[in-house]
Design a protein around this ligand. Structure first.
Ligand code: EPU
Length: 419
């Protein structure tokens, strides 16, 4: 039974060889629902074969989309026959990104009825900025019995200043505004690579979105979007995970199919900690032979150090000489994995949004669990650098977001098995 599966990692191997990064989860889960806005067939390539993608595709099918897998990383989606703007609780509870259905259905039907989404637990996850954006477009939004009801006669272009930098709110507002009359301007927009990827996808289908990747995005509404082909960008966080794994375990790994620019904050931190990083056009090589030195990491929105690599960074800092700190600048509460890491001998003190990490000679293998997606990946990397055997349970979190994680790690020399 999948729920009883565990990963068994025997620590101590250096990582050597090449690994290829998959398509970006957080881009795919935005681009796929964006197909709702398109009349005709969208062919989407380089989608990662992970659970979150399978779930969002299933949601579209339940809404009436016709979906055909060409191969495991390519899908053709035709949303012409979508017949409803209602996404019930059972459909959306399995993942956070299901809130993109609100923006996409609003853009298509001027209305949406979507249950409040699920997702990893990082404390409070408000959607006030999404609602602020929709309301500015002239949408009436009500929350009733855990369901978001959004409706407008017509969507009117608007100018919105986001009070917090939010990936989800920025993407949702782009989705809703893409066919609204006039030019919508989003100020203080998120600049993450997946925001840019969504804009590029929409533009490839005939939209007019400018400025994605900066903090001002301008969306000139168009009458209709028509089908086409689009390829998802490589996953920044998966690439960062392998960069950190190589630096933590030592060895020499060439990480292929990456956009080095997306990883500048990670590269800079690894170099500061005395790992070696070489950048190529679409690959990054990370190696380490000497000791890692302490560092302070602060997570902030892109182009800052990504919060999604924060648990991985903690494992790396455990291996560094001296006392390091992590300041979580995005989520209220993202240190749930620390107790698991402590089972392996990590010396970490958490106070509010800060963790103080004292380097240890080695972590020691132990039974642990994946508390969430990135926390789970961090346990696997901790297992690679730990002495003896680490068993990681609750793998469903990891399977949500990493394609062939253990196969890729085994391919560069890790001793890892799923049983
Ligand atoms: N926020 C608000 N109001 C809102 C929306 C967000 O106050 O209306 C706050 C949040 O509470 C948080 C901050 O703004 O403190 C940033 O949240 P954001 O909306 O950017 O996060 P998200 O869109 O829900 C995406 C990723 C997360 C990643 C964050 C931050 C997807 C599907 N998820 O979430 O990825 O941590 O951006 O970069 O794109 C992961 O992949 O493991 C993951 C959790």
């Amino acid at each position: 039974m999948p729920a009883l599966e565990k990963l068994v990692v025997t620590g101590g191997n250096k990582l050597v060889g090449e690994v290829t990064i998959s398509g970006a989860k957080n881009a795919a889960v935005a681009v796929i629902p964006a197909a709702i806005l398109v009349e005709g067939v969208c062919r989407i390539e380089n989608i990662p074969a992970i659970k979150d993608v399978a779930i969002i595709i299933e949601m579209l099918e339940q809404l009436g989309a016709i979906v055909q897998y060409i191969d495991k990383n390519t899908v053709e989606i035709d949303c012409t026959k979508i017949h409803t703007y209602t996404a019930p609780y059972e459909m959306v509870i399995r993942m956070r990104a299901s809130y993109y259905l609100v923006g996409a259905l609003l853009g298509r039907f001027n209305r949406a009825k979507v249950a409040f989404p699920g997702g990893c637990d990082f404390g409070v996850r408000p959607i006030d900025q999404h609602i602020k954006g929709f309301e500015a477009l002239g949408v009436k939004v009500q929350m009733k019995h855990g369901i978001i009801h959004a409706a407008a006669d017509t969507l009117k272009a608007t100018q919105v200043y986001m009070d917090v930098v939010s990936v989800g709110a920025t993407i949702n507002l782009i989705l809703a505004a893409v066919k609204a009359k006039g030019t919508t301007i989003i100020e203080n927009a998120a600049k993450e690579p997946h925001v840019v990827d969504l804009a590029n996808f929409l533009n490839a289908m005939g939209a007019n979105v400018k400025g994605a990747g900066t903090d001002v995005i301008k969306i000139r509404g168009v009458e209709r979007l028509t089908g086409g082909t689009y390829s998802i960008i490589p996953d920044q966080i998966e690439a960062g995970t392998f960069m950190i794994a190589a630096a933590a375990a030592g060895g020499d790994v060439l990480i292929k199919n990456v956009i080095p620019k997306h990883l500048e904050s990670v590269t800079a931190k690894l170099v500061e900690m005395k790992a070696n990083v070489e950048e190529y056009d679409d690959a990054i090589r990370v190696s380490r032979t000497g000791k890692l030195v302490k560092a302070n990491v602060k997570t902030i929105p892109y182009p800052g150090f990504p919060t999604d690599l924060q648990p991985l960074a903690a494992v790396l800092l455990c291996m560094a000489e001296g006392t390091s700190t992590i300041t979580e600048g995005v989520w209220d509460s993202r240190f749930q994995y620390v107790d698991e890491l402590k089972r392996m001998g990590a010396k970490i003190k958490v106070e509010g949004r800060m963790a103080v990490i004292e380097g240890v000679e080695r972590l020691s293998g132990a039974p642990v669990k994946a508390v969430d997606l990135r926390g789970g990946a961090a346990m696997v990397i901790a297992g690679l650098v730990g002495e003896g055997i680490t068993e990681i349970r609750d793998l469903s979190h990891i399977d949500r977001g990493y394609e062939y994680f253990e196969e890729k790690l085994a391919g560069i020399g890790a001793d890892i098995r799923r049983i």
